[in-house]
Write a protein that binds this ligand. Structure first.
Ligand code: HEC
Ligand code: HEC
Ligand code: HEC
Ligand code: HEC
Ligand code: HEC
Ligand code: HEC
Ligand code: HEC
Ligand code: HEC
Ligand code: HEC
Ligand code: HEC
Length: 310
C-alpha cells in the first residue's frame, strides 16, 4: 500500500513536471526547424518591429559560439509557425520570467551579466523584458524603473535633487540593475565609491577625517532627493545633533553691557546677550566648514586640531 502510494506520488509528480515544462511556453521541437530571418519578413515587417538597426540582427553565429541568431535567436525555431502563421507555434516572452530570462541568458550569461542570477531583480523574478522592450521604441530600460519604483523616482522631484529630471543622469548612473552589489550600486568595495566617480574632490585621504563620511554618505545625505539643501537627511543643527552635543558656549549669555571677560582680559562683545546662542545653535558648518575632512588643523589646539574648521 505504502509502495503504491509512493508510486502514485511519483507518477503525479512526473505528470506535473511534464506539464510544467510544456506550459513553460516552448513550442514542440518535433518537425520544427530553424529557417532563417529572411523567411519571417514574408509576413512581418522589420521596420515596424524596429529591428533593422538592432544589434541582434547584426551578430553572426560564430560570435555567440554557434548559437542561432536573428529573429530565431530569441523566438526559437520558426518553421511550423511560418507554415501556418499560427501565433501559438512560436515562442513569445509572455511566459514566466524564469523561463523567458533563460532565453536571453543563454547568450548573455557570458556577455555582460555574470552576476544576474544573484541580483535582487533575478531573485524577485523580474523579467529582462520588463526593462528591455527589445523591439525598437520600447527599448528604454532606464524609463522602466519608474513603473516599479515610483517612490524612488518621486524623490527626484524634491527641491534638492540629483539632476535626473534635467536629463543629466539616470538611474543607471549609480545603479547596475543586473548586479549583486549592495543596493545594486555600481561600486564593489565601498558604497561611497559610486559617489566618488563624480565627486572626486571629497574622497581624500585627509589628515583630519570625519568618521561618518568614511563610513557611509547616507548617514547625512539622501542620494535621490531631499527637502533640505545639499540632499541632507535633516537640516542643521539637527543633523549634527544626532551624534554630537551642543557646544557649552551655546548656553552662555554674556552680560548686556557688551564688555566680556575672556580669561581675565576685557573684550568688547559686539554680538550682545544672544550672540553666542545664535552663533552656536544655527549653522554648525559656518565654522566646521570642512565637514568631509581637512588637511589643515583647526584654529585652537584644545582638540588637537581636529575641529574641521578650515
Ligand atoms: C506566413 C506568415 C508568417 C511568417 C512567415 C511568420 N509569421 Fe510570425 N506571425 C504571423 C501571424 C499571422 C501572426 C499573428 C498576428 C501578429 O501578431 O502579427 C504572427 C505572430 C508572430 C509572433 C507573435 C506571437 C504572439 O503570440 O504574440 C511572433 C513572435 C512571430 N510571429 C515571430 C515570427 C518569426 C520569428 C518568424 C520567422 C521565423 C515568423 N514569425 C514568420 C505570420 C507569420
Ligand atoms: C533579442 C531578442 C529578440 C529578437 C532578436 C527578436 N525578437 Fe521579437 N520579441 C522579443 C521579445 C522580448 C518580445 C516581447 C515583446 C517585447 O518585449 O518587446 C518580442 C515580440 C515579438 C512579436 C510580437 C509583438 C509585436 O511587437 O508585435 C513579434 C511579431 C516579433 N517579436 C517578431 C520578431 C521578428 C520578425 C524578429 C526578427 C526580425 C524578431 N522578433 C527578433 C525578442 C526578440
Ligand atoms: C543569440 C544570442 C543572444 C540572445 C538570445 C540575446 N542576445 Fe542580446 N546581445 C547579444 C550580443 C552578441 C549583443 C552585442 C553586444 C555585446 O557584445 O555585448 C547583444 C546586445 C544586447 C543589448 C545591448 C544593446 C545595444 O544596443 O548595445 C541588450 C540590451 C540585449 N542584448 C538584451 C537582450 C535581451 C533582453 C534578450 C532576450 C529577450 C537578448 N538580448 C537575447 C546576443 C544575444
Ligand atoms: C530592472 C531593469 C532591467 C532588467 C530586469 C534587465 N536589464 Fe539589462 N539593462 C538595464 C539598464 C538600465 C541598462 C543600461 C542602459 C544604460 O547604460 O543606459 C541595461 C543594459 C543591458 C545590456 C547592455 C550591456 C551593459 O551591461 O550595459 C545588456 C546586454 C542587458 N542589459 C541585458 C539584459 C538581460 C539579458 C536581462 C535579463 C537577464 C536584463 N538585461 C535585465 C535594465 C535592466
Ligand atoms: C546619485 C546616485 C543615485 C541615482 C542617480 C539613483 N540612485 Fe537609487 N540609490 C542610491 C543609493 C546610494 C542608494 C542606497 C541608499 C541607502 O544607503 O540607504 C539607493 C537606493 C535605491 C533603492 C533602494 C530603496 C531605497 O530607496 O533605499 C531603490 C529602489 C533605488 N535606489 C532606485 C532608484 C531609481 C529607480 C533611480 C532612478 C529614478 C535611482 N535609484 C537613481 C543612489 C542613486
Ligand atoms: C518589474 C518591476 C521592476 C522594475 C521595472 C525595476 N525594478 Fe528594481 N526592484 C524590483 C523589485 C521587486 C525589487 C525588490 C523589492 C524592493 O526592494 O522594492 C527591486 C529592487 C531594486 C533595488 C533595491 C535593491 C536593494 O538592495 O534593496 C534597486 C536599487 C532597484 N531595484 C533599482 C532598479 C532600477 C535602477 C531599475 C530600472 C533600470 C529598476 N529597479 C526596475 C522590481 C523592479
Ligand atoms: C554620475 C555623476 C554623479 C554621481 C555618481 C553622484 N553625483 Fe552627486 N551630483 C552630481 C551632479 C551633476 C550634481 C549637481 C551639481 C550642481 O548642480 O552643480 C550633484 C550634486 C550633489 C550634491 C549637492 C546637491 C545640491 O543640492 O546642490 C550632493 C550632496 C551630492 N551630489 C551627493 C552625492 C552622493 C552622496 C553620491 C553617492 C550616493 C553622489 N552624489 C553621486 C553628480 C553625481
Ligand atoms: C556628517 C554628515 C555628512 C556626511 C557623512 C557626508 N556629508 Fe556631504 N555634506 C554635508 C553637509 C553638512 C553639507 C553641506 C555643506 C555646507 O553647507 O557647507 C554637505 C555637502 C555635500 C556636497 C555639496 C557641496 C560640496 O561640498 O560639493 C557634496 C557633493 C557632498 N556633500 C558629498 C558627500 C559624499 C560623496 C559623501 C560620502 C563620501 C558625503 N557627502 C558625506 C554633510 C555630510
Ligand atoms: C552619524 C554621526 C555623526 C554625524 C551626523 C555628525 N558627526 Fe561629527 N563626528 C562623528 C564622529 C563619530 C566623530 C569622531 C569623534 C571622535 O573622534 O571622538 C565626529 C567628529 C567631529 C568633529 C571633530 C571632533 C573630533 O573630536 O574629532 C567635528 C568638528 C564634527 N564631528 C562636527 C560635525 C558637524 C558640524 C556635523 C553636522 C554637519 C556632524 N559632525 C555630524 C559623528 C557624526
Ligand atoms: C562659531 C564657530 C562654531 C560654531 C557655530 C560651531 N562650532 Fe563646533 N567648534 C568650534 C571650534 C573653534 C572648536 C574647537 C576646535 C579645536 O579645538 O580645534 C569646535 C569644536 C567642536 C567639536 C569637537 C569638540 C570636542 O571637544 O571634541 C565638535 C564635535 C563640534 N565643535 C561640533 C559642533 C556642532 C554640532 C555645532 C552646531 C550645533 C558646532 N560645533 C558649531 C567652532 C564652532
Amino acid at each position: 500500500m505504502r509502495f503504491q502510494g509512493k508510486l502514485l506520488f511519483l507518477v503525479v509528480a512526473a505528470v506535473l513536471l511534464v506539464a510544467a515544462v510544456a506550459t513553460a511556453g516552448d513550442v514542440p521541437m518535433a518537425d520544427n526547424a530553424y529557417i532563417g530571418s529572411e523567411a519571417c519578413f514574408d509576413c512581418h515587417d522589420a521596420a515596424d518591429l524596429g529591428m533593422q538597426a538592432d544589434v541582434h540582427m547584426q551578430i553572426q553565429s560564430f560570435e555567440v559560439q554557434g548559437r542561432e541568431v536573428g529573429c530565431e535567436g530569441c523566438h526559437g525555431p520558426g518553421k511550423l509557425h511560418a507554415e501556418e502563421g499560427d501565433p501559438e507555434l512560436i515562442r513569445t516572452f509572455a511566459e514566466e520570467a524564469d523561463y523567458s530570462n533563460q532565453v536571453c541568458m543563454d547568450c548573455h550569461a557570458t556577455k555582460n551579466l555574470p552576476e544576474w542570477e544573484a541580483s535582487i531583480h533575478a531573485l524577485e523574478a523580474v523579467a529582462c523584458t520588463e526593462c528591455h522592450g527589445v523591439h525598437g521604441e520600447r527599448n528604454k530600460p532606464n524609463e522602466a524603473c519608474n513603473t516599479c519604483h515610483a517612490d524612488s523616482r518621486a524623490a527626484f522631484e524634491l527641491p534638492s535633487h540629483h539632476p535626473l529630471r534635467e536629463g543629466k543622469m539616470n538611474c543607471s548612473s549609480c545603479h547596475n540593475p543586473h548586479s549583486a552589489t549592495e543596493f545594486m550600486l555600481k561600486s564593489r568595495m565601498r558604497k561611497a565609491d559610486v559617489c566618488y566617480t563624480c565627486h572626486q574632490g571629497i574622497e581624500g585621504p585627509y589628515i583630519f577625517e570625519h568618521p561618518p563620511v568614511q563610513e557611509d554618505c547616507s548617514l547625512c545625505h539622501l542620494p535621490h532627493g531631499s527637502a533640505v539643501n545639499n540632499l541632507l537627511t535633516a537640516s542643521e543643527p539637527t543633523l549634527c545633533l544626532q551624534c554630537h552635543d551642543y557646544h557649552f558656549h551655546s548656553g552662555y549669555r554674556p552680560p548686556e553691557d557688551e564688555i566680556v571677560d575672556v580669561g581675565g582680559f576685557e573684550r568688547e562683545n559686539p554680538w550682545g546677550h544672544e550672540g553666542f546662542r545664535i552663533a552656536y545653535t544655527t549653522n554648525c558648518t559656518g565654522c566646521h566648514a570642512r565637514i568631509h575632512g581637512s588637511d589643515t588643523p583647526s584654529q585652537t589646539t584644545t582638540n588637537y586640531g581636529k575641529g574641521l574648521t578650515q
